[in-house]
Design a protein around this ligand. Structure first.
Ligand SMILES: Nc1ncnc2c1ncn2[C@@H]1O[C@H](COP(=O)(O)OP(=O)(O)OP(=O)(O)O)[C@@H](O)[C@H]1O
Length: 650
């Protein structure tokens, strides 16, 4: 909500509505600048791209497909030229005798044979293209997934990124049409060339006349395709919003809150309103397209009339025979159908091409965020140091971190403490090389994380994030993350024990082999705390130099929490540990504590030092957290006795 004063919304300013936001939609600008000439120039490039993609997934099928189309064109030319030979004996005498039929038989055989063979070739090329299309689509999808996983994590914070991803994803969807469209265009082009040859044989003037006749319709189809593409791009954000609303409405995670909060009608109302906005845009585009097509059709009809008039004139003036007129008639209808095919499928191909450009751009630069760090392979890390770092999320008013410096070494536990939004999670992501600072440097054993190979760096980090993933995999794979273990299950069970996940695994019907996904056939579901134990075991199992625990015990019961923290020191022996938590009793285990406020370090020291500083933020938070323990009624029986220092802790 827009604020007139800090935290106070202005009555005159409207509520902000959920709307995906993308700065400067580059593709829309490109679409607006598209001309028919540009489209015509683009066609061969798109055909090359289609065949190139096909080549990667099945070169034999591509060769077979091309041969089928060429052979089909050649057969068509022969068939058309043979038509004159069929008509001539019939119309020269005005009646049909057995001799005339016999004279026409060879030409007739060519015509019939050509038709039959072409039908067979058509079936074969459809089969080849059906074989290639899904493979092309999968290949395109795999390339996109590869690019997305090679984008910087910060890409997701960038408003334009999701939009580019969506456009690229649409490119994958349409990629399966690419080859079919090319196949139809190639087929139509082969037909056209055959008909051109036949027409030129009848009279050369017919050729330019035909091209002229085809132009208006062609121009109109191109413009209509552009209008449709622009509408599709304009509504992309709203369509994404629909997808998200659908997810919130039906997903298991929100299902209970949709019901208990009686949210369904409200969200469905939003869905309906957004759908209506999309409809409005697409209706306008459909109307514009129809108008353009109508104009193109009218102009094309007039141009065709001119061609037919010219043909009549040629017959009347004796420039072509009546038999040749028959061939011309067939060739002309073939030319018209072929041109329709080329233009229609060409326009579709062009639209597909625009989506594929989005896809190709994304693959080239991972939505503008391809990881381009250095290639240094990290050791350790033994010492992780933040040197005067500043970090700001895109389009935010103030930096999430401002001039932060700290250090954590192997064998040490460093705790990050502070109020909500003070920058703890952001800092932990920078320390683990998931983000890069805008200014300053994160240094791993003397190497700037900007110069370290990102994937190599992440393989040395173990993270338990606040929102950890519950992978629909077996319990073992959930701990090993599907990565091979050299010492079988021993290390997995060790990590599980340290995280208290051994009790969870013992209760599973097939132990480590149990699939942890209820909604998947046969899977078992865990409670929030049980999942958290698995997530901690996952981090403990990873052979990492840096262990980051962000609120690792938020869902754990006191016994499980106690077990984690009492065992943490053992894990810190050969790791640098960064612990983020609001439960200040837990940070007593840390060697040093850094207190953050509004992205800045406001205090640092040991637990005892910070507690002793009565005017510091840490002490204030500590007192607030423990204030209510003084209000707990004193125990009335000896078995409920609590040690004095436990009041302070719990
Ligand atoms: N993806 C993001 N895009 C924009 N701003 C963000 C993003 N993530 C965090 N912020 C902002 O950065 C600041 C620091 O957030 P961070 O999550 O690091 O705080 P935190 O101290 O971990 O908070 P908490 O205790 O609530 O987990 C906050 O002001 C937050 O609004």
């Amino acid at each position: 909500m827009t604020q007139s004063k800090k935290g106070v919304p202005s009555a005159t300013q409207p509520d902000e509505h959920l709307k995906f936001f993308a700065q400067g939609d580059r593709r829309l600008e490109v679409a607006n600048a598209i001309t028919t000439r540009a489209m015509a120039r683009r066609m061969p490039q798109l055909m090359r791209r289609a065949l190139g993609l096909g080549w990667q997934v099945g070169r034999n099928s591509v060769i077979a497909l091309l041969l089928c189309e060429v052979a089909s064109g050649v057969l068509e030319a022969f068939g058309l030229l043979a038509t004159t030979g069929v008509i001539k004996p019939v119309i020269t005498s005005g009646h049909l005798s057995a001799d005339q039929l016999l004279a026409a038989a060879p030409s007739l055989a060519v015509v019939v044979g050509a038709i039959g063979l072409r039908a067979l070739l058509g079936i074969a090329s459809t089969a080849f293209s059906a074989r290639l299309a899904p493979r092309i689509s999968r290949e395109a999808e795999l390339k996109l997934l590869d690019a997305a996983t090679h984008a910087e994590l910060s890409a997701y914070d960038n408003p334009g990124y999701n939009d580019r991803w969506d456009a690229a994803d649409r490119g994958v969807e349409v990629s399966r049409d690419l080859l079919t469209q090319c196949q139809y265009i190639l087929g139509a082009a082969a037909s056209l060339i055959a008909a051109f040859c036949a027409l030129t044989a009848v009279h050369p003037i017919l050729l330019p006349l035909l091209i002229l006749a085809a132009l208006p319709k062609g121009l109109a189809s191109v413009r209509a395709a552009r209008v449709t593409y622009i509408a599709s791009r304009t509504t992309a954000k709203d369509r994404r919003l629909l997808g998200m609303l659908r997810w919130y409405l039906v997903d298991k995670q929100t299902a209970d809150q949709i019901r208990s909060g009686t949210m369904a009608d409200f969200l469905i109302g939003r869905y309906r309103a957004t759908g209506q906005e999309i409809d409005k845009t697409t209706d306008e585009a459909a109307l514009r397209s129809a108008k353009i097509s109508l104009l193109g059709g009218a102009a094309g009809g007039f141009a065709s009339a001119v061609v037919w008039a010219a043909l009549g004139l040629l017959v009347l003036t004796g420039h072509i025979s009546v038999a040749a007129l028959g061939t011309a008639f067939l060739a002309l209808s073939r030319v018209s159908a072929s041109l329709d095919g080329i233009i229609g499928y060409g326009a579709q191909l062009f639209r597909t091409g625009m989506y594929l450009d989005d896809w190709a751009d994304f693959i080239d630069e991972a939505g503008g965020h391809r990881i381009t760090r250095g290639t240094e392979t990290p050791t350790g890390p033994t010492v992780v140091r933040a040197e005067n770092i500043t970090f700001r999320y895109p389009d935010t008013d103030r930096p999430a971190l401002d001039g932060v410096s700290l250090e954590v070494r192997r064998g040490e536990i460093l705790a990050l403490v502070g109020e909500n939004g003070s920058g703890k999670t952001t800092l932990s992501k920078l320390l683990s090389a998931l983000y890069l600072p805008d200014q300053g440097m994160i240094d791993w054993d003397g190497a700037d994380t900007r110069t370290i190979d990102a994937h190599a760096a992440w393989s040395r980090v173990a993270v338990v994030p606040q929102n950890f993933a519950c992978w629909p995999l077996s319990a073992r794979e959930n701990i090993t993350l599907g990565q091979p273990t050299i010492d079988g299950d021993d290390a997995v069970l060790d990590a599980a024990r340290a995280a208290g996940a051994d009790e969870v695994i013992d209760d599973l019907r097939s132990g480590l082999n149990t699939l942890l996904a209820r909604e998947w056939w046969g899977g078992q579901e865990l409670s929030g705390g049980q999942w958290q134990r698995i997530a901690i075991a996952r981090a403990f199992h990873r052979p990492a130099g840096l262990l980051v625990l962000d609120e690792p015990t938020a869902a754990l019961d006191p016994r499980a929490e106690h077990r984690i923290f009492s065992g943490l020191r053992r894990h810190a022996a050969d790791r640098a540990v960064v612990l983020v938590t609001h439960r200040l009793t837990n940070v007593a285990i840390a060697d040093r504590i850094v207190v953050l406020s509004m992205g800045r370090v406001v205090q640092h020291g040991t637990f005892a030092e910070l507690l002793a500083n009565r005017s510091g933020l840490f002490r204030e938070l500590w007192d607030l957290q423990n204030e209510r323990s003084g209000q707990i009624p004193a125990p009335t029986s000896p078995e409920h006795d609590v040690a004095p220092n436990q009041h302070a802790l719990f």
